[in-house]
Design a protein around this ligand. Structure first.
Ligand SMILES: [Zn+2]
Length: 271
């Protein structure tokens, strides 16, 4: 599943191709995405210029003169910039055709992705307005993490994966950030010290920023906007490394299931 770093990598990949361009035609070949695509957006955005390619959590925001296209890659979605005449392949569901002769093409085999449109401020859209702070921005820090953990007995890994509290920390990055902060994934959130909250907030930022820098993680069905796989996987400390030696202490990395997801950790390095 594309996580925040992959979505940010996609945003950076498409940005130079779309900003300042005019949408000549929005072609929706498949309206049945996670939520039905509203056919009215086709006429709403036709002819409008794209001012900005933004992102909020895992939503890509294409801000145009007419309003904002809100695109989510879902479980298996990807975007490619191609010459508009490139023949479509299976699961190519949407073409945002540009006055450059290129098209921004959305492919999504599992159709959990979505394409929405709002004429108003995207930050007040029902999907975006209650999202937690962006982990890579200033509003997210040790102080914030300290505040949200105080009354919560839930395991810290599950807390940082709760998108109402922290956005963009998926399963891979949760295990990695907890390793970096030397905090055990099963610790009760409220038991973390102030210093640990600070370390963990920094670790989340570092983990995500590094992943963005190298273009996301290679996942089964994910490739970057340029079609190249990410290289973050080679630098993972614990994720999917069960039984392999910890890169810090050399003892085998451990694994267990937590909230239905695999968690990886080192029982020596993490307290
Ligand atoms: Zn270790």
């Amino acid at each position: 599943m594309p996580e925040l770093p992959e979505v940010e990598t996609t945003r950076r990949g498409i940005e130079p191709h779309v900003v300042g361009r005019r949408i000549t035609t929005l072609r929706v070949h498949e309206f049945r995405l996670r939520w039905p695509v509203d056919p009215r957006m086709v006429t709403a955005v036709a002819g409008s210029a794209i001012r900005r390619a933004g992102r909020r959590a895992k939503y890509l925001l294409l801000e145009t003169d007419a309003g904002t296209l809100i695109l989510h890659l879902g479980m298996s979605g990807s975007l490619r910039v191609l010459p508009a005449l490139t023949p479509r392949i299976t699961h190519d569901h949407v073409d945002i055709e540009l006055d450059s002769g290129q098209t921004l093409r959305f492919n999504d085999p599992r159709r959990f992705g979505s394409l929405l449109f709002t004429a108003g401020d995207p930050s007040s859209h029902p999907l975006l307005r209650s999202l937690a702070p962006e982990p890579l921005e200033d509003g997210f820090d040790g102080e914030y993490l300290w505040k949200i953990t105080r009354r919560r007995a839930v395991a810290i890994k599950q807390l940082i994966m709760n998108s109402r509290l922290v956005v963009g920390v998926g399963n891979i990055y949760a295990s990695e950030a907890l390793f970096r902060a030397r905090v055990r994934p099963r610790r009760q959130a409220r038991k973390l010290s102030r210093a640990e909250c600070t370390k963990l907030a920094r670790a989340i930022k570092t983990t995500l920023a590094m992943a963005v820098k190298v273009g996301g993680t290679t996942l089964r069905d994910y490739v970057g906007a340029d079609g190249n796989p990410g290289y973050f996987r080679q630098k993972l400390y614990v994720y999917e490394r069960a039984g392999e030696p910890c890169r810090v202490c050399g003892k085998p990395v451990k694994q267990f299931t937590q909230g239905g997801r695999s968690t990886y950790w080192c029982s020596i390095c993490q307290k």
